[in-house]
Write a protein that binds this ligand. Sequence first.
Ligand code: ZN
Ligand code: ZN
Length: 264
Amino acid sequence: MSTSLAPNLPEPPPVHLSPAAKVMQGTAIVSMGALLVIHAVRLVGVQHGSTTAGLALTVGALVAGYLFADFMSGCVHFFFDRFLEETTPVIGPAFVKPFRIHHTDPIDITRHGFLPTNGSNSLVTVVPLLGLFAIDITRAVGFFFVAVVVVASLATFGTNQFHKWAHEPVPHPVVAWLQRRHWILPVDHHAIHHTWPHEAHYCITTGWMNAFLLRVGFWKAATRVFSVVLAEHRDAQPAPSLVPPEAPPDSSATVVSPVRAQVA
Ligand SMILES: [Zn+2]
Ligand SMILES: [Zn+2]
């Protein structure tokens, strides 16, 4: 039985990367992995980790790095959901289009293989990880900063995979266990973003930042700022492709979430 949640759309074929793209994505993942291991060895090699203060720094960096990656995932997701167009030169086809497709066909992401899912995010982490070699980790502040970036990079690598798992009809039992404990993006939590009018819960690493950002009105404020900066006025309207054909005229109403429909 088909698991597609967009029955009105023809099911697209799985994503196939060109050989050059495969090499680039694979190189990015290997490079990121190697840099993470090198920095982890550097961090373990200094004395901070063996002291009480060092343990506090390490735990703090784990939490801060995971939260920072979740926040950044929300910022990127928010921007490409609500601004620019799929036809915007360079950025449109590569970044805007995938986010818009995801709202018209949320299951499409589950057809992506390992490289298309994780290659781009790995690429983004390589430059920051290279920059960490310039930081003196024998000082506590340097140790903490490097540890935060290492954890955030690892979480950024996992972001698209966690998001993909949130749309899987039957995730692996270990994945489902992690989702239920909210250590990675839970299915029901992410379903809120896929519910009209799609103006909340943009964070897709763990979703830990979503409640706070919603409470302080972060996305409403960001929409106003970017509407002015980009001379666009979408504060009352999501991007056209986020408007489902059956969207009710009353924006306070909701439609059945694709994610909930998937697990129902
Ligand atoms: Zn979205
Ligand atoms: Zn999604």
